[in-house]
Design a protein around this ligand. Structure first.
Ligand SMILES: Cc1ncc(COP(=O)(O)O)c(C=O)c1O
Length: 358
């Protein structure tokens, strides 16, 4: 592998984070969210590694669920968190033994109209304030009643999703909980409310099922890295120095001449760019880690390369390993410098990056 641009993924860290999520809500079952290829970490690898402890997996669509089932994950329940997108998929629920979310009247009708050989378990989604998927008001009650009357339906669980659980100053999470509980149905059925932020900050939201996502991968759901020390980063993204050159004060570096050397500067080129998923929005000063010290980006991210300031880096050499985030640099810190969130960086890492599993 000549271009050593590598995402090294520590599966034990993911397991540790999953068990930590479970320890925070010991009476709940935790649905490990492995949609979007396990937030870029490799859904089959992650789910296979969690097989001895996972209560359930959460995916976005039937394609993701089938990929897991075809890889040999055949016992652990899999939840389709957005339900099915067209009627032709309904038959896959039974074939692949999936739990389906019902978010709207169309999905409800498709389910009720289908002939199943055995009953299917469903999650019914309530829009308690997220303003995205789910039934509102009376429609929710009607949906539950219709599902309850149907012999095709097995266990019913009620689900809602928070809009602002990552904002500890927001009152909206508590408002959503009370909206949800007002339906009274939350007393009769199992329920699922909490994402990572709520698991880590709000025990009232834990209920029968939690849905940890980003915390499994060792990134904080909170903007200011609160509680991060309890999570173990699972992915280390690294590449190598491929050029080292001196520049005089006033010389410019990279596209658009964005970075101007304030003094004579040693600049290194690293073999990673936005075509690998490293954000083009990374500003000057975004941290990287090389030879035991932090260094920073100097100049605009290119398609295949970035440029870094090697001032203070001990004995830099072509071939030295440069960490973009992971063990030494928090992805949350990088995300802040790129005006984005870790979720987006993780899920945008491209196939050109070699994944190695520890
Ligand atoms: C419905 C639902 N539940 C749970 C999660 C997991 O959220 P987080 O990654 O913030 O823990 C997501 C993520 O997008 C989601 O859409």
């Amino acid at each position: 592998m000549p271009r050593r641009c590598i995402a090294s993924i520590n599966l034990n860290a993911i397991k540790k984070n999953y068990l930590y999520a479970k320890s925070l809500s010991p009476n709940a079952k935790a649905i490990a969210i492995v949609k979007a290829n396990a937030y870029g970490h490799g859904a089959i690898k992650v789910a296979s590694h969690l097989e001895d402890c996972a209560d359930c997996y959460g995916v976005a669509c039937t394609e993701e669920a089938i990929e897991l089932r075809n890889s040999g994950i055949d016992k652990t329940p899999i939840l389709l968190m957005e339900g099915v997108f067209e009627v032709s998929e309904v038959k896959l629920i039974e074939k692949y033994n999936l739990i389906v979310t019902v978010c709207n009247s169309k999905q409800l009708q498709w389910l009720l109209d289908n002939q199943f050989n055995k009953s299917v378990d469903v999650f019914v989604k309530y829009d308690s304030g997220m303003g995205r998927l789910g039934f509102q008001g009376e429609e929710f009650i009607n949906a539950i009643n219709l599902l309850e009357e149907s012999e095709k339906i097995g266990q019913i669980t009620l689900m809602t999703h928070f809009s602002s659980a990552d904002d500890l100053n927001s009152t909206s999470t508590n408002e959503q909980i009370s909206n949800f509980d007002k339906t009274l149905y939350s007393k009769k059925y199992s329920t699922s409310l909490a994402n990572s932020a709520a698991i880590m900050s709000l025990s009232e939201s834990h209920r029968e099922y939690t849905r940890p996502g980003i915390m499994l991968y060792g990134s904080s759901p909170f903007p200011k890295k609160t509680f991060l020390n309890k999570l173990t980063p699972a992915m280390t993204l690294s590449s190598v120095l491929i050029s080292i050159k001196s520049f005089k004060v006033g010389q410019s570096i990279g596209y658009g001449c964005r970075y101007i050397c304030k003094q004579d500067t040693l600049i290194g080129v690293v073999a990673i760019g936005y075509a690998d998923g490293y954000p083009r929005s990374a500003e000057d000063g975004t941290p990287v880690y090389i030879n035991g010290v932090k260094s920073k980006i100097a100049g605009r991210v290119s398609m295949d390369m970035i440029t870094i300031d090697l001032t203070g880096v001990p004995n830099p050499q072509i071939g030295d390993c440069v960490e973009l985030f992971g063990e030494n640099i928090s992805i949350d810190e990088v995300a802040e410098h790129c005006s984005t969130i870790s979720y987006e960086i993780f899920t945008k890492i491209t196939n050109r990056v070699y994944k190695s599993y520890v």
